[in-house]
Design a protein around this ligand. Structure first.
Ligand code: C5P
Length: 237
């Protein structure tokens, strides 16, 4: 891959004030911020509008999974709110994924760039023993299932998938150059991995072909978040 991945800072805060305080320090430093379930449930649509006004591209990580009609409507709402990227579960199946893409397309304002819809394949918190339908699955089988889901997501009109650093290379090979890959669990070699067990360095994820790297606590909990963000940027550009 020739293009450097974009850095996405996960604003994992319980309310708007600290999220906006950090965002104002990161203006002009990082292009993307992520709003997840906790912050969205606390601060919602207003916060999204504020972040957009500050010039950020917003990744709305709410991982929709419901009947196709509901996910279509939810994706349409996220599109109207100006989300630039959002997540749904690929395990929701073809009809749900295609409905999400249709909801996005029908809600686009004139001239609006379509938000990128990413599928979550298997949550990286799941191990082989968690597959209820095959408790004897091996790590290889789990990886094969993840690749199968990524290929399915691509056939079902999704723009890309969320994947761990371990899967970037194999999904890139399976799905081609234009499929978007977003990788959380990113750590510089000397950083504390926290509760993430399958971490990957930004340089490795970039080399393997990830398009977006999500970093949370190493930046949000740093004494100098701007310098911390710059340290990550330095290794990927
Ligand atoms: O603080 P840290 O860098 O570990 O934050 C990673 C962010 O990426 C969090 O917002 C977390 O919800 C998200 N994430 C993840 N692993 C996944 C999917 C999302 O860590 N498989």
């Amino acid at each position: 891959m020739n293009n450097a991945p974009a850095l996405v800072v996960a604003l994992d805060f319980p309310e708007a004030a600290p999220a906006l305080a950090l965002a104002s320090r990161l203006q002009g430093v990082v292009p993307w911020v992520k709003v997840g379930l906790e912050l969205y449930l606390s601060a919602g649509q207003d916060l999204l509008a504020r972040l957009k006004d500050m010039g950020f591209l917003v990744f709305l990580d709410l991982k929709f999974m419901d009947i196709p009609n509901t996910v279509q409507a939810a994706t349409a709402q996220a599109t109207r709110m100006g989300a630039d990227m959002l997540t749904i579960h690929a395990l929701g199946g073809r009809a749900m994924c295609e409905a999400s893409a249709a909801g996005r397309d029908q809600a686009l304002a004139p001239g609006q760039t379509p938000p990128c819809i990413l599928g979550v394949t298997l949550l990286t918190s799941l191990g082989p023993k968690d597959l209820a339908w095959n408790p004897a699955a091996t790590d290889d089988e789990l990886r094969d299932l993840t690749v199968h889901l990524a290929r399915s997501a691509q056939n079902w009109k999704l723009d890309g998938v969320v994947c761990s650093g371990r899967e970037v290379r194999v999904i890139r090979q399976a799905c081609g150059a234009s499929f978007q890959l977003l990788t959380p669990g990113i750590r510089l070699p000397d950083a504390d991995s926290g509760d993430q067990s399958r971490v990957c360095t930004p340089a490795q994820a970039a080399r393997d072909g990830s398009n977006y790297l999500v970093v949370g606590r190493p930046i949000t909990k740093s004494d100098n978040p701007v310098q911390a963000a710059r340290n990550y940027l330095k290794t990927i550009t």
